[in-house]
Unconditional design. Structure first.
Length: 155
């Protein structure tokens, strides 16, 4: 089966019921998306499928087909951070960091749909769990990134 991941075609030999997360991590070595709970509750495995934030731990690879998959590896680079990544650093969001790739992907999907979200809209969209409890910093970082993206620059 062919998969469209981060703008490139990749062949997978996984069985149709294999979760997308395991194809990404084990076959393609895209390890930014993390396994947290395995039941789509925590969001550490969040990726985009056709621009929608999805929990890849419960998404069978057969359900993806040729849809565009985007992982944290494509969000920015070390030389050119995405405004969300710059805002995450500026607001000192991560503590342990385990959930952060999923948080960033959920935030990116939110800002793609709603470039100037309110606090309530952020709280509603960000259903990822963070055991460190940095939710206030996440909200501040999303607002910072939204402002930077509106101006066309980095956070």
């Amino acid at each position: 089966m062919q998969l469209n991941i981060n703008g490139q075609s990749h062949a997978s030999t996984a069985t149709p019921d294999t979760p997308l997360l395991w194809v990404l991590r084990d076959e393609l070595n895209l390890t930014g998306s993390k396994f947290g709970c395995g039941v789509a509750a925590c969001g550490a495995c969040t990726v985009h499928v056709n621009g929608q934030a999805v929990r890849s731990c419960v998404m069978p690879v057969s359900a993806v087909g040729q849809q565009a998959i985007r992982t944290i590896e494509s969000l920015g680079t070390a030389d050119k951070l995405h405004p969300l990544q710059a805002a995450w650093i500026a607001e000192q969001v991560p503590q342990c960091g385990y959930c952060q790739s999923g948080m960033l992907m959920a935030a990116a999907a939110l800002l793609d749909k709603n470039p100037q979200p309110s606090d309530d809209e952020i709280d509603s969209a960000m259903t990822n769990l963070c055991r460190c409890g940095t939710y206030q910093r996440v909200r501040a970082a999303i607002h910072r990134a939204a402002a930077a993206m509106k101006k066309g620059g980095a956070a």
